[in-house]
Design a protein around this ligand. Structure first.
Ligand SMILES: [Zn+2]
Length: 452
């Protein structure tokens, strides 16, 4: 039973202390795994390289890396996208005309101009995005009707699988770390699915298992609502963290190899998860509270706990997650506004925040602010515990210079300018989350063997 202590004590070498059982089978060789030959697909590559020689190196590294994203909300567009989204260029990757008709508002294979759409297959390719986790997001309202949350989640999954089937030459569903690598090496996008909102599990371990069988590979334990087993960071606490059903859910996720996503949950729930889980966790789309003080971001204490757990913090780039003007003092003013103007109804948090932002003349963040968050996780938790989880297609505004997925190379360029090495950049984009996936898969195999 000692083997899992290794997972809690993961260091930058991911090895185990002497005398402890070995989990080396789970240790990836990041440089080998991630270095795949890849063409530079960015249409502005020539002009960028002419402007600054560093761009050549940035683009070579960028298109060789396996680039994950912890959280993209395109499935909601696939189901709900209205006719207002239609803005297709009518061509697909430039060389293959897309002749499939747009049957509804959003079809993955078309390139969109609408500002609220940040991703589509052509732009994912152009931005070098290899492995996005597509969010099967179930809004809190569905929790009012028993069964409605799971039905909504299945509908979103159906849409994702239908879109993948429509473009088999360009995208494939990935359900394991090995599949991601195989699919990306074949030159395709490896689409993964994560379920956001634990209420969609309908308080049932069977339902959890059914989502795993359909290909879902992480569960965000809550959305903005506290559910029957876990407290949310944006709602009233009912359990002081996780209750017994919540702990059962965590243990079953470990047994299945379902990643646990700690984004959105309350601080108490976070530390309860850390005490129970035997696999490393992810924060699929959260940034740093020390730089942008909102409850959806993680404290330095939480960053250090994720480092000890071996997990990864995937930086959310929504403008409200990285704005450096949201200080602790600003946040206290938001709380005060919720109390005085909105009767303490915390669901009005974003409304109060935007009011204060406007009143104080606070501007929008920039790409440098995003890089600051990435470097903060590195400084506090270490370079093995930082990743990327944009919230593309799900946030109302993005920092200047990061308006959509085609802007990803600017992050690689920015990290190089700040002195990051090639290997560190590979870890950030994909190596770290691949390691977490592999360890979670190993834990699952071991737990399944123990139970036999
Ligand atoms: Zn979210």
């Amino acid at each position: 039973m000692l083997w899992w202590f290794c997972l809690l004590g993961l260091s930058s070498s991911w090895g185990c202390a002497e005398g402890r059982p070995n989990t080396r089978m789970a240790d990836p060789d990041t440089t080998l795994v991630l270095s795949i030959p890849a063409p530079i697909l960015h249409p502005r590559a020539d002009s960028l390289m002419a402007a600054d020689p560093l761009w050549r190196r940035a683009l070579e590294i960028h298109y060789r890396a396996i680039i994950f994203d912890g959280h993209q909300d395109s499935p909601t567009l696939m189901v709900d996208g209205g006719e207002d989204l239609v803005g297709a260029f009518g061509s697909y990757f430039g060389d293959r005309p897309n002749t499939s008709p747009v049957r509804r508002g959003y079809d993955w294979g078309y390139r969109y101009r609408a500002p609220q759409v940040h991703t589509d297959l052509p732009r994912l390719r152009e931005g070098g995005q290899d492995a996005p986790f597509l969010s099967i997001w179930v809004a809190a309202d569905y929790a009012r009707t028993p069964g409605a949350s799971a039905r909504r989640a299945h509908r979103l999954i159906d849409s994702v699988l239908a879109q993948i089937r429509r473009y088999p030459d360009f995208v494939e569903l990935a359900t394991s770390s090995d599949e991601v690598i195989r699919i990306v090496r074949e030159g395709k996008i490896a689409a993964l699915m994560g379920l956001e909102g634990g209420h969609a599990l309908e308080n049932s371990l069977d339902t959890l298992r059914s989502f795993y069988r359909r290909g879902v590979r992480y569960v965000t334990l809550t959305h903005t609502n506290t559910n029957d087993w876990c407290d949310s960071s944006q709602d009233t606490a009912r359990w002081g963290g996780l209750n017994e059903l919540g702990r059962q859910m965590i243990r079953e996720m470990n047994r299945l190899g379902m990643l646990i996503d700690v984004s959105h949950i309350s601080d108490s729930a976070f530390f309860d998860v850390m005490a129970v889980t035997r696999a490393p966790v992810i924060a699929s789309h959260s940034s740093c509270r020390a730089l942008t003080h909102i409850p959806r971001n993680l404290s330095d204490e939480q960053l250090r706990a994720i480092a000890r757990n071996g997990g990864v913090v995937m930086i959310n780039i929504g403008a409200d997650f990285v704005n450096p003007s949201y200080t602790a003092e600003f946040w206290r003013a938001v709380e005060e506004r919720v109390r005085t103007r909105y009767g303490g109804n915390f669901s009005r948090m974003w409304v109060a925040l935007r009011e204060l932002k406007r009143e104080r003349g606070i501007g929008e963040p920039s790409i440098e602010d995003v890089l600051d968050h990435i470097e903060h996780v590195r400084r506090v938790a270490g370079v093995d515990h930082v990743g990327w989880g944009t919230d593309f297609d799900g946030v109302p505004s993005l920092p200047r210079g990061l308006e959509d997925v085609t802007r990803l190379p600017w992050i690689t360029y920015g990290l190089l300018k700040r002195g990051w090495t090639e290997e560190e950049i590979y870890k950030f984009w994909g190596g770290n989350v691949l390691r977490v996936m592999r360890l979670a898969e190993t834990v699952a195999r071991q737990l399944q063997q123990e139970n036999q």
